[in-house]
Design a protein around this ligand. Structure first.
Ligand SMILES: [Zn+2]
Length: 74
């Protein structure tokens, strides 16, 4: 069994593979709740971004995750 911690909320996750409650997103490991919350924020920004740029997107995702990690919440 492996134990991992969410990079954002620091919640401990037991056996994350079996439970599929853990996700790797960009360079971060996040729990399901944090991932969902951040995805909503990303989705909203992406919808408003016209034209869409891949460089912008990668930077934005990285940014929103690093901010969430700093704050300790998504
Ligand atoms: Zn979390």
């Amino acid at each position: 069994m492996i134990t991992v911690y969410c990079d954002v909320c620091r919640k401990k996750m037991d056996d994350p593979v079996t439970n599929r409650s853990f996700f790797y997103y960009a360079d971060y490991s996040v729990c399901e709740a944090c991932k969902d919350s951040l995805e909503v924020q990303i989705k909203n920004q992406v919808r408003n971004k016209d034209p869409f740029e891949m460089d912008w997107y990668e930077k934005y995702v990285d940014d929103i995750f690093s901010k969430a990690v700093q704050k300790g919440k998504a």
